[in-house]
Write a protein of this length. Structure first.
Length: 344
């Protein structure tokens, strides 16, 4: 467990635990050493992704309007991530040094929940970065994959079942994605199971960042655009269709369809709800495992809804499952270096 206080043990034990990552932190002088010690797996993944974006912008700046602003913005964002980690570490260590004193509540809250805003920012940013490297769209390869697998274009074939009721159900299932990480995060956060909490957000970050990087290097706009000429049925619905349309009115990202971030992010939560629901500590297994079973039918329906709603190809869904599994495994491995003790 690092000095950020991400672990399962009491706060004092967490803060007193030695910092183990990165291995060369002890050699970093002064404030650099503090910054190294304050960052955990989530921060290092985020900084690595920002570094990746900055490198691409340097190499392909001619393809991006306002490239200097993006580059400077990423540097500022990286500095902000580190600064927040340093401030949180200072507050947590101060609380540990003064027995019975709680860390700054607002800072503690922001430190644990700012990843949600970060994920949204990075996703929306893809609207501008999707053609940073490749000028066109590469959907033809995925269209051929889906057709070879099913003998039809799945989004076109599924429209024969369209009805206002089914359309609304599918949009609802698609929308439940937004609640998965929040609900599981709240359960873990309220119980102060911070190691499990940060495994979840680190896994989500790993899955998203891998997916976002692929989206930039392999731009896909999705069947809503490429197969529009073949679509014969409007997917009209009721309340949930209207809600999705309202959300997308704030700026639907054109591109970034492969792999599906909906699927990868949701699959991470499903894996986490199962893994941490198996814990026997304090009989909490029953209290959390219900989330997995609650999410499961909506998750399965969402896999269909992403294709039914013309957001994704089947290839996007399959790739999203793979990326989600890889992201979760990577996070568990990385976060093991921050744990005070092994998980049971």
């Amino acid at each position: 467990m690092n000095a950020c206080g991400r672990g399962d043990s009491p706060l004092e034990t967490e803060i007193a635990a030695p910092v183990q990552w990165p291995s060369n932190a002890a050699q970093a002088p002064g404030s650099w050493r503090v910054a190294f010690q304050s960052c955990g797996a989530f921060e290092w993944l985020t900084l690595a992704y920002l570094g990746f974006l900055s490198l691409l912008i340097l190499l392909f700046h001619r393809n991006l309007s306002g490239a200097p602003l993006f580059f400077l913005g990423h540097l500022a964002l990286a500095a902000g991530v580190v600064a927040l980690s340093v401030a949180a570490r200072k507050s947590l260590r101060s609380a540990a040094a003064n027995s019975g004193q709680a860390p700054h509540s607002l800072l503690f809250f922001l430190y644990h929940w700012y990843p949600l805003a970060l994920f949204l920012f990075f996703f929306k940013e893809l609207h501008y970065l999707v053609h940073l490297v490749v000028p066109g769209w590469l959907d033809s390869s995925l269209i051929r994959f889906d057709y070879a697998l099913f003998g039809v274009n799945p989004t076109v074939w599924l429209e024969q079942f369209a009805s206002p009721g089914l359309n609304d159900l599918m949009q609802f299932a698609y929308m439940t994605y937004y609640f998965y990480p929040v609900l599981l995060g709240i359960v873990l956060y309220r119980r102060r199971e911070l190691h499990a909490f940060w495994v979840m957000f680190t896994a989500t970050a790993a899955a998203y960042y891998i997916g976002y990087a692929v989206s930039i290097l392999f731009p896909i706009e999705g069947p809503y655009h490429t197969l529009a000429a073949l679509q014969q049925v409007e997917l009209n619905g009721g309340l949930f269709t209207a809600v999705i349309s309202w959300i997308e009115s704030f700026g639907r990202v054109h591109g970034a369809a492969f792999p599906s971030a909906h699927v990868s992010g949701s699959f991470v939560v499903m894996l986490g709800a199962w893994k941490y629901g198996s814990s026997r500590r304090g009989g909490l297994a029953t209290g959390r495992r219900w989330l997995f079973w609650l999410f499961l039918p909506f998750f399965l329906l969402m896999l269909v809804a992403t294709v039914y709603g013309r957001y994704h190809y089947v290839a996007d869904v399959l790739a999203g499952l793979v990326v989600g599994a890889v992201g979760f495994r990577l996070a568990v491995t990385l976060m093991a270096r921050e744990a005070v003790r092994e998980e049971p």
